[in-house]
Design a protein around this ligand. Structure first.
Ligand code: DQA
Length: 151
């Protein structure tokens, strides 16, 4: 069990601002604000503060990973729950950022990417992630926070 009082960063990539209206049959009806509330409740359970972010821009996500690495090195961050959206399947830059920042990341997908199109089966994040959560809907965010806390 990790010491309480740390922060968990929940980082969301492109198009996740559209949750609730975007392909609801795949991603469900919850909005990103709902996800933030769910993450806040999960963090509260473990005594974590929440740093919840979303960006559609790869470089902004790289910067967030660097900041997370610095915070983890200082002992103030427990780790990152990262739904990189489509950048999961394309971004060597995010792979390198996670590796370079030496930050603990749980890769997260709302949908089961392995049951979808073949181009979603490849992840640049998985080789540098501590673990992968996929297919549990938005509940997966809470499960990933629990995984960080109970490790
Ligand atoms: C996603 C799956 C990705 O393939 C997709 O590009 C997304 C969302 C998910 O949460 O299931 O944007 O990461």
């Amino acid at each position: 069990m990790r010491p309480p009082g740390q922060t968990v960063m929940v980082l969301n990539g492109p198009n996740l601002n559209l949750l609730g209206q975007r392909e609801p049959a795949v991603y469900g009806a919850a909005t990103l604000a709902d996800v933030e509330r769910l993450c806040a409740a999960a963090c509260e359970r473990y005594g974590y503060a929440l740093d919840f972010r979303q960006s559609n821009h790869e470089g902004v996500l790289v910067d967030a990973i660097h900041a997370a690495g610095a915070a983890q090195a200082q002992g103030t961050l427990a780790g990152v729950v990262f739904n990189a959206g489509a950048y999961t399947h394309t971004s060597v830059a995010l792979h390198d950022a996670i590796k370079g920042a030496d930050v603990r990341v749980i890769e997260l997908h709302i949908s089961n990417v392995h049951a979808r199109e073949p181009f979603r089966h490849r992840s640049w994040l998985s080789p540098v992630a501590q673990g992968v959560m996929a297919g549990f809907g938005v509940r997966g965010y809470a499960l990933a926070i629990a995984a960080l806390a109970e490790d």
